[in-house]
Design a protein around this ligand. Structure first.
Ligand code: GLN
Length: 457
């Protein structure tokens, strides 16, 4: 797979033309919803004329289609926004463009990022880069697959409960979910505001570090962005103390996955780090917390799609109630509706204390358990997902089974912690397996340095 530096010896036009050509040759994967071809070639010529310079000059990339970006509609893979042309660009995209990077297309996702397989896209599932009968993972499945297929050296995603890390692990690439608040979410379609983050896929930890460094930072248009600048590249710290999360290494995890994680732990030991088992007992409750808090926030964030202000509007309706009802019914996919209904239920006055309030209290306990571990340990490791990529259609009729696959990625999201997924090898049947590395708040660059030190060069 190519790295960012491999693009430097070529003109921007060569890079962009090659990426576009490659993108067209892998259409069967359904990883991209649109190409931003005209704008990409225009920008490439600007770079070649020296009108745009920067650390990513002439490097092509792809954005998940829930980022507002010019050159193609922003659909969030839904019918609701099928013809929505963004009037502005996401801050993250603007920052990459300011460094000369060139967006060539927009990637498929689960509609509104609700899901873990990209099967909830209104435009059909994305296929896994290693086995087209299997899912890409999700919700940023298209971005992961397009990186794994070597169309671009990096792609953007959003991660609310695993949507970057899990598809990264299913497709054998690096995926970064940063510390909550490190990258501006301005211009990105909101899912669950208290856990939404913006991150990237890349083929190496060093490339991911560079992309994150460019995107991170305070943005007055997103008041949740942190003020400090903590994304500067770091050297790997020798002799780290690393905890291997015991709860994720039991029977519920595929044996081959466990073996790969243990092998990664051995490699860390061989490099002079200490790895020992640690306990995170509260994780057994984290899916319950997540699937209360996140739908609650979804139900409120998605209230704006009412068929009036913007987005899909049903035809032939006679009353206002019918307009709201039919537009939302026809514009959203089943999973969107399921979450809106659960969210409205847990926020309703009769049940707020019993569900939402309880979940928020439990979330505080989770944060405390992590805090305690980080008093002793520099980082925690474990699998990113309990299994390698599952088959297309395998979990679609059983939402609980689908949600169970998020058990490992959801806890750091609820605690706002940085977590990355890096390749840890492939299974006997040739499917990639990822290891998740989690650190305390703002340790992002340190985690990436550790991952970089373990990569085969
Ligand atoms: N799979 C998780 C969910 O369905 C995560 C989604 C995400 O991070 N956007 O909520």
């Amino acid at each position: 797979m190519t790295k960012i530096s491999d693009y430097r010896g070529h003109t921007a036009r060569e890079n962009v033309e090659r990426a576009l050509e490659k993108a067209k040759s892998v259409e069967e994967y359904n990883a991209l919803l649109s190409l931003t071809e005209v704008r990409a070639l225009e920008r490439a010529d600007m770079v070649d004329r020296g009108e745009i310079t920067g650390r990513l000059a002439g490097v092509p990339f792809v954005v998940k289609d829930n980022f507002l970006a010019f050159g193609a509609p922003t659909t969030a893979a839904s019918k609701m926004l099928a013809n929505f042309n963004a009037p502005l660009q996401a801050t993250a995209v603007e920052k990459l463009e300011a460094e000369g990077a060139i967006c060539i297309g927009k990637a498929n996702l689960d509609a509104f990022a609700h899901g873990g397989s990209t099967e909830n896209s209104a435009y059909g599932p994305t296929k896994n880069a290693y086995d087209t009968a299997r899912v890409a993972g999700g919700s940023s499945g298209g971005s992961a697959v397009i990186t794994a297929l070597d169309v671009v050296p990096f792609a953007l995603g959003t991660d609310t409960g695993g949507s970057i890390r899990q598809p990264a692990s299913f497709n054998g690439v690096v995926g970064v979910k940063p510390t909550y608040g490190s990258v501006s979410r301005y211009g990105v379609v909101a899912m669950a505001s208290s856990t939404d983050t913006i991150g990237c896929f890349a083929t190496t930890a060093a490339d991911a570090q560079l992309v994150m460094e460019v995107m991170a930072g305070r943005d007055d248009k997103d008041m949740t962005t942190l003020h400090e600048d903590f994304y500067g590249a770091e050297q790997v710290k020798p002799g780290q103390k690393i905890g291997l999360i015991k709860q994720f290494m039991g029977e519920g995890t595929d044996q081959e996955v466990r073996e790969k994680i243990l092998a990664y732990a051995e490699k860390l030991r061989a490099a002079g780090h200490a790895v020992e088992e640690v306990d995170l007992p509260i994780v057994k409750h984290t899916l319950a917390m997540y699937y209360i808090i996140v739908p609650a926030e979804i139900s409120s964030n998605l209230a704006r799609y009412d068929g009036i202000r913007y987005g899909y509007r049903a035809e032939g309706v006679r009353t206002l109630t019918e307009l709201y009802g039919r537009s939302r019914d026809e514009g959203f996919v089943t999973e969107n509706k399921r979450r809106i209904m659960i969210g409205s239920y847990v926020l309703s006055s009769g049940f707020f204390d019993a569900y939402y309030q309880q979940a928020q209290k439990a979330r505080t306990l989770l944060i405390r358990e992590y805090d305690e571990l980080f008093e002793t340990y520099d980082a925690l490791i474990g699998p990113t997902a309990p299994t390698p990529a599952f088959g297309i259609g395998e979990n679609t009729n059983d939402p609980i089974k689908m949600y169970l696959a998020d058990i490992m990625t959801v806890p750091p999201s609820l605690a706002g912690l940085p977590a990355i997924s890096v390749p840890a090898g492939v299974s006997q049947s040739g499917l990639p397996i990822g290891v998740q590395i989690i650190g305390p708040m703002k340790s992002d660059a340190r985690l990436l340095a550790l991952a970089d030190s373990q990569e085969e060069k």
